[in-house]
Ligand binder design. Sequence first.
Ligand code: NAD
Length: 244
Amino acid sequence: APELAGLAAVVTGGASGIGLATALLLASRGARVACLDLAPEGLPEPLVGIRADVSDDAGVRAAVDQAAQRLGGIDILVNNAGIGAQGTIEDNPDDEWRRVFDVNVFGIVRTTRAALPHLRRSHHAAIVNTCSIAATAGLPDRALYSATKGAVLSLTRATAADLVAAGIRVNCVNPGTADTPWIGRLLDRAADPEAERAALNARQPTGRLVTADEVAAAIAYLASPLAGSTTGADLAVDGGMSGL
Ligand code: NAD
């Protein structure tokens, strides 16, 4: 049987980039998959699209319960929805700090809380959070974004400790610069997108950006029963940025 046959997965931010690549990979390995996203329309078969905003508590609970109903439970939760923010500590007003924390951090808190009653009924329960190298890298001009991802890293470890006795594993992936629509939007705003892309590639020890499929493969591994002895871990998928 395929590796994830019989398992049901929910992927937030599952309609684009890393989330979509993850949803497709989990489905190809036999999982039933629901994508919770602000814009879930047009997803390829067999993905189930459910509209949800992770910054809306009641909406998230309803969407997670709907996913569990349509999939017949939840075994795997991938907390991947996230938004970017540029700037130093002086550049963003308080409201912007609250808005980005509300999605990147509280979004994970809400979705995880909503999914836990379902995950507790699974014999292969796993949570994977999409963090970032920004959690620990000390990147310039990314104070707010980095702070949210630092919180995701510590939340991952603390939640892993709280849930280990229940048999629920919690891990995260730390992508480097990954070639998704997100980076496409950043490049579109540059004066010379091609030169900017070349500069981004040159900054990676491997000489190229990370692909969404490479991040998805790491997420799928951490979500799989073969990662049964891995919890509280963070896996870098960053072209060597953090390790070399
Ligand atoms: P993306 O913009 O291609 O996809 C993000 C998806 O999340 C979109 O479909 C969007 O609609 C959805 N989303 C945004 N806000 C939401 C909300 N409030 N509720 C529900 N869905 C919401 O971006 P991506 O590059 O695939 O990023 C996915 C994750 O990877 C993010 O958490 C991001 O921080 C992280 N990440 C990305 C990179 C990178 O270089 N691309 C690097 C490190 C970490």
